[in-house]
Design a protein around this ligand. Structure first.
Ligand SMILES: [Zn+2]
Length: 418
């Protein structure tokens, strides 16, 4: 169906990455940086020019748009979603995208910082990109393929569908969000206004990959209350909360259940912050596992360790507070197997091998899934993200566009006649 069609995602991508959209974890505003709206505004404008009349950015920098249905069948409303912001890890100011035609495996030295060299041996995925056209930044900034690749691919798929009304598909909603990189991508999303049944984020790496699983996540705050007295007259009375905190940290498992000693499907207990005075100390933990019920097991283990330590300090006491952070999206997706099945079929129709993956973290998709929009993550082609060596293949981007279009068709094909 796409034989003679030239996708233009890369051309769009080269423009979008030049707009600085870095988000700011320190800011309490929505969006956290005003400059994210520069891109959102541009995207809404481009969608409008394609004839998508309702495309608009809201006050928080979210873009909503609708590709109208071209079928009489009743098809679930799909949402394709990507984020406009880039990570605070590396500068996003003055990004100069460079196009490297027909990559053959040679080192790519980035011209603005000769120490930044993209080498095949460091990034084995490059082996698969021989013969592809690659885009990198120039050495001083990140590229921003995370997630402007997803943005460009969705826009390009929208353009394709709007110029090919003969292709039957249901109503498609487009959503671009700010602040994903600082964990607030879904903070101001209006689910009612979005009005979609199922969603796909385009924010993954390797071509063909499909992520339907994330961690489940809780936070634990441990507050240790010591006993304070004048230190000159403290004998037999003072109980120092800082020393108890140190004992708790020393008692934590090291060889297992830690981020630095686990991978794959293993979870962990991870202290992320210590704060305190002799009188009172606080330790913040994050607890992670793919199985939600296992969070409780890990929390009980942690509480047991704390109780053991506290036995040595009968005058002291503690509070142990658990808060839910997010849940494994698979719990929701398993109730709607067609969402992942159709994505697998779309990837296969694009001529790719499906690679199912789990994310050792959370995504906007996991939050959206529990907000009522089952939403796995599709590949967008982004590589070496959050770094100055970030790169992406033009051909991978085109495969993502193709996958989006196939998905729209598959949902229509597999829906019943009205
Ligand atoms: Zn991302």
């Amino acid at each position: 169906m796409f034989k003679n069609y030239l996708f233009t995602a890369a051309e769009r991508f080269m423009r979008y990455v030049q707009v600085d959209t870095q988000s700011d974890p320190q800011s309490a505003a929505s969006p956290t940086t005003e400059k994210q709206k520069d891109l959102s505004r541009l995207l809404a404008e481009e969608l409008k020019q394609m004839g998508i009349s309702d495309a608009a950015m809201d006050e928080y920098g979210y873009v909503y748009a609708t590709i109208p249905a071209t079928t009489k069948k009743k098809v679930p409303v799909l949402c394709f979603c990507a984020h406009v912001d880039t990570a605070p890890d590396a500068s996003g100011t003055g990004v100069k995208p460079l196009f490297h035609r027909n990559y053959q495996g040679a080192d790519i030295v980035l011209p603005d910082d000769q120490n930044q060299v993209l080498r095949l041996k460091d990034y084995p995925y490059l082996e698969r990109l021989k013969g592809h056209d690659i885009i990198t930044a120039s050495g001083k900034t990140l590229l921003g393929s995370d997630d402007k690749a997803g943005v460009a691919e969705i826009i390009d798929a929208a353009h394709f569908l709007m110029t090919h009304p003969e292709i039957p598909h249901g109503t498609i909603r487009i959503l671009f969000t700010p602040d994903e990189e600082v964990g607030k991508g879904t903070a101001k999303v209006d689910m009612e206004k979005l009005g979609a049944d199922f969603g796909y984020t385009l924010d993954g790496g390797e071509v063909g990959s499909l992520e339907d699983e994330t961690f489940s996540a809780d936070a634990v705050q441990l507050v240790i209350h010591g006993v304070i007295t004048h230190p000159g007259y403290a004998k037999g009375k003072m109980v120092n909360a800082l020393k108890i905190a140190a004992d708790v940290l020393a008692a934590l498992p090291r060889a297992e259940l830690s981020p630095e000693t686990t991978d794959g499907k293993q979870g962990f207990i991870h202290p992320v912050r210590v704060d305190g005075l002799a009188e009172k100390a606080t330790i913040d933990f994050i607890i992670r596992d793919f199985v939600t019920a296992e969070l409780k097991v890990k929390e009980d283990l942690l509480r047991g360790l704390v109780e053991q330590v506290m036995e040595k300090y009968p005058q002291a006491h503690f509070d142990f507070n658990v808060t839910e952070q997010y849940r494994n999206m698979k719990e929701v997706l398993d109730q709607h197997p067609e969402v992942v099945d159709h994505a697998k079929e779309a990837i296969a129709r694009a001529g790719l091998k499906v690679k199912m993956e789990s994310i050792r973290g959370g995504t906007d998709g996991s939050r959206l899934s529990f907000m009522g929009l089952p939403c796995p993550n599709l590949f967008a082609g982004e590589q070496a993200i959050h770094s100055r060596l970030e790169f992406i293949s033009v051909q991978d981007m085109n495969k993502a566009v193709e996958t989006i279009v196939h998905l729209a068709c598959i949902w229509e094909e597999r829906s019943k006649n009205q």
